[in-house]
Design a protein around this ligand. Structure first.
Ligand code: TYD
Ligand code: MG
Length: 455
């Protein structure tokens, strides 16, 4: 027989405890444990409750044709982040800070899909329909045939979806939904997990695309619904850098496409504008040659993006000089400084070092090592690098410059945007652009001094 039991559940990672604790052992979070009441059977009852179970059917890897083709939203940046369109029957989680523009983005996508002939249901648990209409009006999308509703009761929503059978469903947000089958409060892990599970099951069985919006906590985790990340097919984060108008839609997980693919948008008075050439955002304007700036030819997802890396190396009177990094890994900077010291004899120990990635971008690629090193050398020697050259390559502890992936793509992008040269790992071949091979870090130092002598 089912009975009601009290459990304590970590709202951050979903770990379950029998009594309250101040700190979750599983994820280390403080004050994240909340009481949740749940219905459970006696231990080991699962199989007895459901009987013997029937045999499932095995099939082969070959075959196909059962999959419907992806369909496009008409928003190229959004489609790109989703891995090239939407897969019928898939579930996507879109996380982001409050106010970043999730509802705006999804309303635009919904309108685009509806105008393209798909039936789209937009269900908001956060805003009244009047508010959403107002936003649609502001975006000039009032005429799009989107089915709009506001509601939070899972049972009602599912019943409606089962009769309406939309192609695309947008739930804004998953944290506002609640199922009356559970005694836990809305927004708790138990509720969020159960609601997401039901909605995803609906998506799989009906072939609808299910978008779930989730709010993110300060430290960048989707509050509560981190458990949902494992259940959905695709997890997208909508990010912004403080004080900036551009937004990145970043795929951190995608069962149907490349992870770490990005879509770039700009928030304007009339909604989100697609930025199809993101390099323009991450290169500083005017681009007069100044010391300490290097252009990195990077790859974001499958797309090449040119990003400026800026360094400032200045004499320090501190016993432990400052090391400050924005947009890059601090440990990587320490490593690079050590390698520059050990292999090239460049001493930064009496200098404060600041490194900044322009445009509020964050770089994760090891290929940025050489560009960061170039910016550091340029600032240390006070020699401006040529502003129409790009730099990329991974630096090993030995001081060797390692080849990186997609060299051709990087060089082609640089050539396309009017750059005339590339300092790249030895072995790269270039067309339409000058190439300076760097086999070891010392080659970079020599190149920096040479360009200074030329200038
Ligand atoms: P919203 O989509 O409500 O954010 P979220 O759903 O992620 O919480 O976006 C709200 C912000 O976007 C708000 O600060 C106003 C701004 N905004 C614009 O700048 N231009 C617009 O056209 C719209 C609709 C919103
Ligand atoms: Mg919203």
């Amino acid at each position: 027989m089912a009975r009601v039991s009290d459990t304590y559940v970590c709202q951050s990672c979903g770990a379950v405890y029998s009594k309250w604790v101040g700190r979750c052992d599983a994820c280390g979070e403080w004050n994240s444990i909340a009481l949740e009441t749940s219905e459970s059977g006696p231990p080991g009852s699962l199989s007895t409750r459901t009987g013997k179970g029937k045999a499932i059917e095995f099939t082969t890897l070959k075959g196909g044709g059962e999959f419907e083709p992806r369909f496009l939203t008409g928003n190229a940046e959004f489609d790109r982040a989703c891995g090239g369109g939407l897969v019928p029957g898939s579930a996507l989680l879109i996380g982001g800070d409050p106010g970043v523009g999730k509802s705006t983005l999804l309303l635009q996508v919904a309108a685009g899909l509806a105008l393209g002939g798909q039936s789209v249901a937009y269900i908001s648990g956060e805003e009244a329909t009047a508010q959403i209409r107002l936003r649609a009006q502001r975006l000039g999308l009032s005429d799009a045939p989107v089915h709009l509703a506001s509601g939070t009761a899972l049972r009602d929503i599912l019943a409606t979806l089962k009769t309406e059978r939309p192609d695309v469903v947008i739930i804004d947000s998953i944290q506002t939904l609640w199922s009356d089958a559970l005694p836990a409060a809305p927004g708790t892990v138990t509720q969020v997990r159960a609601c997401a599970q039901e909605l995803i099951r609906f998506a799989k069985s009906s072939g609808a695309v299910m978008f779930l919006v989730g709010h993110v906590t300060k430290d960048g985790q989707i509050a509560g619904p981190r458990v949902v990340e494992h259940m959905v097919d695709t997890v997208l984060y909508f990010e912004s850098e403080q004080g900036r108008d551009f937004r990145l839609l970043r795929a951190v997980k995608n069962r149907f496409g490349a992870a770490y693919e990005i879509g770039v948008f700009e928030m304007t008075g009339a909604g989100l504008r697609e930025v199809s050439n993101p390099s323009e955002l991450f290169l500083s304007e005017g681009r007069e040659p100044v010391s300490g700036a290097a252009v990195f030819a990077g790859i974001e997802g499958t797309r090449p993006v040119l990003i400026e890396i800026q360094a400032l190396v200045s004499a320090s009177s501190l016993a432990a000089p400052r090391r400050s990094v924005v947009g890059w890994d601090a440990a990587r900077l320490s490593m690079l400084l050590a390698v520059l010291d050990a292999r090239c004899g460049l001493d930064f120990s009496r200098h404060d070092v600041f490194l900044n990635v322009a445009g509020g971008m964050r770089i994760y690629e090891p290929a940025a090592d050489l560009a960061a090193a170039a910016a550091l050398c340029s600032s240390l020697f006070d020699i401006p690098l040529p502003s129409d050259w790009v730099v990329f390559g991974e630096v090993a502890l030995s001081g060797a410059v390692r080849p990186v992936n997609q060299t051709d793509t990087r060089i082609k992008e640089a050539a396309k945007l009017g750059f005339s040269g590339a300092l790249a790992p030895a072995g790269a071949d270039a067309s339409g652009i000058m190439l300076e091979p760097a086999a070891v870090l010392a080659d970079l130092v020599a190149w920096t001094k040479k360009t200074g002598a030329l200038g």
